[in-house]
Design a protein around this ligand. Structure first.
Ligand code: HEC
Length: 155
């Protein structure tokens, strides 16, 4: 009897663990969660994009000169990045595609650049898939960006 009790207790504990794992997966799927640029998207940008997408200095002494952010797109801080992507036209894509078009992932050049489908005949983009020279972002990161755009690309 005692042993059965212990087994049941263990099963119950496992069930609880399973449940918490499920709930955290649900929140990861972000069913109803409101996504914010600063909290949910910026960490990805900071990790994978800022390295190239910020103005920096090169050389020493008289030869020291300022280099523009890659692609003319400055993503140096979260607020600069937000201002430069949301409802801002892309320099590469066909007219009508902003880097991020609020509520419209399909009109957001960022999405195509991340997937690598930016040269398709509608978008007519240029250059490389982003982050260039690196592996494609994990699917959950791209999905989260799409969802954030769908939700209105809030700060
Ligand atoms: C190794 C350097 C490098 C990294 C890392 C990088 N980029 Fe870029 N990015 C560039 C360069 C260079 C260009 C311009 C040429 C091109 O598009 O290939 C560019 C262009 C872009 C453009 C097009 C701008 C426009 O006006 O249409 C977007 C959008 C962009 N990058 C987003 C990102 C994002 C988001 C990340 C991170 C996930 C990222 N990049 C990571 C170098 C980089």
């Amino acid at each position: 009897m005692k042993r059965i009790g212990i087994i049941l207790c263990t099963m119950f504990a496992l069930e609880l663990l399973g449940l918490t794992a499920l709930t955290s997966m649900n929140s990861e799927a972000e069913a109803g969660k409101k996504l914010s640029f600063r909290r949910h998207i910026w960490p990805t940008f900071r990790q994978y994009c800022v390295r190239c997408h910020k103005p920096r200095w090169k050389g020493r002494g008289k030869k020291r000169k300022k280099i523009k952010a890659a692609g003319g797109l400055n993503l140096k801080t979260w607020s600069i990045a937000y201002k430069n992507i949301v409802d801002q036209p892309s320099k590469q894509a066909q007219e009508g595609y902003n880097i991020v078009t609020t509520s419209e992932p399909a009109l957001s050049y960022l999405y195509y650049k991340l997937v690598g489908n930016h040269k398709n005949p509608n978008v007519k983009g240029k250059g490389k898939r982003m982050p260039s020279k690196r592996r494609r972002l994990a699917a959950w990161r791209i999905n989260r960006i799409v969802k954030w755009i769908q939700q209105g690309a809030k700060k």
